[in-house]
Design a protein around this ligand. Structure first.
Ligand SMILES: [Cu+2]
Length: 343
């Protein structure tokens, strides 16, 4: 009992002594959101995130369709006459994301981020070709993002900043693998590692604090500004809205719920080496979407001496609405776990 009392007093004292240094779990947003926080002058941060994304079932718009209907759908190349030779069945992606942040002043934070992706797509051949399934794989580094975060407002109740991001086309758009068509086929758009274009992103991030409860919003706009890439296409503009709320259960632990809206315009141009008759995945008409996702997350920060200020964030994201342009695979879930460390 006495020991417990001493311990309580010591912990309480150490809490007050370090009061201005203690990192709180909810001072970072849900782990899937990038650029959610800024740093104080002189601080730097390292992060590693592991993400998973699975896709299953092809839909036309909002309606799921079976494999035979996929193959009897008109492809983008042939004025509604020709069909697809293969139908996507599933796709899985693993992502390793590496990030660094540095704040030269309280009002300015720089961020750099890139990722290494591993993807596999399973497709089924048309009945005339035997109806068997085959996999294609791709891997490599994706595009690299360099961000500048500028503080707009920072007080006890409100934190607002804007971000400008330059995305460099460091990811390959010439990933190839063996398919029934050839042993060296350029893979479909979503199997490529990058966009091939220089992209600009702008975002506004706002957080309001109500004690242990926080409400955050991030509006993001992305545009490929360099014109078509070397393979003669560019992705459509993206508009994304994240709305989240977190609750700090104790100093070290917070939980979050997030609504994500993601809109992507249609693709401009097409890769001439991708034959749209082969698969919906190689047809540039099948790009663009309206999606709403729901995310549930937990943030943990370690405040004890050993591994002090190391953070772990976990989030699972589930689609609640998907309206896809043309024939595309539906997302089934996303998962992200991340480690962040700011000494
Ligand atoms: Cu950071």
């Amino acid at each position: 009992m006495f020991n417990f009392l001493i311990l309580t007093i010591l912990v309480t004292i150490s809490f007050f002594v370090n009061a201005d240094e203690i990192q709180l779990a909810d001072s970072h947003g849900p782990i899937s959101i990038m650029g959610d926080h800024m740093h104080k002058k002189g601080e730097f941060m390292f992060s590693y995130r592991f993400g998973k994304m699975n896709m299953n079932n092809v839909a036309n718009g909002t309606k799921k369709i079976d494999t035979n209907s996929v193959m009897s759908s008109p492809n983008g190349a042939s004025n509604n006459l020709g069909n697809y030779m293969n139908a996507p069945i599933s796709m899985k992606m693993n992502m390793h994301m590496f990030g660094g942040m540095y704040a030269p002043s309280d009002n300015l934070t720089f961020m750099i981020m890139t990722s290494y992706q591993e993807k596999v797509m399973t497709q089924q051949r048309m009945p005339m070709a035997g109806g068997s399934r085959f996999d294609v794989n791709s891997s490599g580094f994706s595009d690299t993002r360099i961000s500048t975060l500028i503080n707009i407002l920072n007080n006890d109740l409100t934190k607002t900043h804007i971000g400008t991001v330059l995305s460099l086309p460091t990811g390959s758009i010439d990933q190839r693998d063996t398919t029934p068509a050839s042993s060296y086929t350029r893979l479909g758009y979503s199997m490529q590692n990058g966009t091939g274009t220089y992209d600009a992103l702008f975002f506004l991030n706002n957080i309001n604090k109500f004690g242990k409860l926080k409400i955050g919003e991030q509006f993001l706009y992305k545009k490929a500004f360099s014109g078509n890439n070397s393979k003669n296409y560019k992705y459509g503009d993206v508009f994304e809205l994240n709305l989240w709320s977190s609750y700090r259960l104790i100093d070290n632990v917070s939980s979050s719920i997030r609504i994500n809206y993601n809109y992507q315009k249609k693709m401009n141009g097409s890769d001439n080496e991708m034959n749209p008759r082969m698969s919906p995945a190689m047809d540039s008409h099948n790009k663009g979407h309206n999606k709403i996702n729901l995310g549930f997350g937990v943030n943990l920060v370690n405040t004890s001496k050993i591994f002090k200020n190391h953070r772990i964030g976990i989030e699972g994201t589930f689609p609640i609405y998907q309206n896809l342009r043309g024939l595309q695979m539906q997302e089934t879930f996303r998962f992200m776990i991340g480690w962040q460390y700011a000494p």
